[in-house]
Write a protein that binds this ligand. Structure first.
Ligand code: UDP
Length: 351
């Protein structure tokens, strides 16, 4: 699937945070897009702006069930799975099946159509890693029975299925391992650290740091990640390839940054560390650099500013009711206005 040719693309998980941004990107390149999503964590509102788009269609569908009959596509992106720990742990059976059966149904479609499939795997395949930073040939440190296993092992098995289809049926597959990603369209109740801290800071609530806050993550802005997905779909190698931002931060540091950027007077409080919470995480992106010529370009500060501006609107916080310090409030209000203007001028035509 190259950007110069117009294709029919299926985005499984298309109503989610990443899926909806990917739909925007594919439509802006001129492709026809069918998004499917069971709306368990995805939201219709993420696709509302595409409702009347001539080259876009949405169908509510759970990928653990057989796919609708008669689908014929050139490319498939599989992003169908809840990705936030509290969400994927809520129904662990369904999470496991979504990873495994979902990948199976989509790979079978790819085989039948001769389509290329890009599987979004995860840094969770490395578990609580004993190798740092994480390189693709590190095999990971995952509990097969712990609370995160439904997602971690499900995603590992989905990778296995991709390479089994490649070996047995020569199905063209691409596998990326996505590290922590943030940006507009994360849900306020997503439960992940960036959205939690921003929402808490904007509402004047305590910021909940789990454990001592010394655990690390590396945060990639959504636009950078989508660029990586697009390049990988067109790449000559199957992967797996890590996609993420190699800048590593402690969770405590992130809390301080969010407080500074929102101007919030919220307090930072400690909460128990969830079971099996990885202590360190940082991608080695050497492969992505070599194979895709890709590396993130948005700094944590710029990405957080964009995300904070989006959440302010999403939470319905007008500048006058702001808890911001005056100088910061003016700057952020101006950014929110710019973000709105950009969104309404978006790349997708409508009928
Ligand atoms: N975390 C936190 N406070 C929160 C949410 C998460 O301290 O309100 C921590 C969590 O324990 C983990 C890190 O932030 O160490 C990243 O968590 P997240 O759920 O965003 O994603 P993960 O990388 O664990 O999948």
């Amino acid at each position: 699937m190259t950007t110069s040719t117009r294709k029919r693309v299926l985005v499984a998980g298309g109503a989610g945070f990443l899926g909806s941004h990917l739909c925007d990107r594919l439509l802006s390149e001129g492709h026809r897009v069918l998004a499917i999503d069971d709306l368990s964590t995805g939201r219709r509102e993420n696709l509302e702006h595409l409702r009347l788009h001539a080259r876009f269609a949405f169908r509510e569908h759970d990928v653990t069930r057989p796919l609708p009959a008669g689908l014929d596509v050139d490319g498939i992106f599989n992003l169908a799975c809840p990705a936030s720990p509290p969400h994927y742990q809520r129904e662990p059976v369904q999470t496991t099946l979504t990873c495994v059966l979902g990948a199976h149904h989509l790979l079978e479609l790819a085989r039948q159509c001769g389509a290329r499939l890009l599987q979004t795997s995860t840094s969770e395949v490395y578990g609580d890693p004993a190798v740092h930073p994480q390189v693709e040939d590190y095999r990971g440190n995952v509990s097969p029975t712990g609370p995160r296993a439904c997602y971690d092992e499900g995603k590992r098995c989905a990778e296995t299925l991709c390479f089994a289809y490649l070996r047995q049926h020569q199905t063209p597959v691409r596998v990326v391992r996505i590290f922590n990603t943030y940006g507009p369209r994360m849900q306020p109740d997503d439960g992940r650290v960036v959205s939690n801290f921003i929402v808490q800071a904007l509402r004047g609530e305590d910021l909940t740091v789990y454990g001592n806050g010394e655990q690390t993550r590396s945060f990639c802005y959504v636009d950078d990640l989508i660029e990586g997905l697009r390049r990988m779909m067109d790449a000559d190698a199957e992967g797996p390839v890590n996609l993420g931002n190699p800048q590593e931060h402690t969770v405590a540091e992130l809390a301080e940054r969010v407080l500074a950027l929102t101007g919030s007077r919220s307090r930072i409080v400690r909460r128990p560390l969830p079971a099996d919470d990885p202590k360190r995480r940082k991608p080695d992106i050497g492969q992505a650099r070599r194979l895709l010529g890709w590396q993130p370009s948005v700094s944590l500060e710029d990405g957080l500013r964009e995300t904070i501006a989006w959440f302010r609107e999403r939470l319905g916080l007008p500048p006058e009711r702001s808890i911001f310090l005056p100088a910061v409030a003016v700057a952020v209000a101006a950014e929110a206005a710019t973000a709105t203007a950009t969104a309404t001028e978006g790349p997708c035509e409508s009928r």
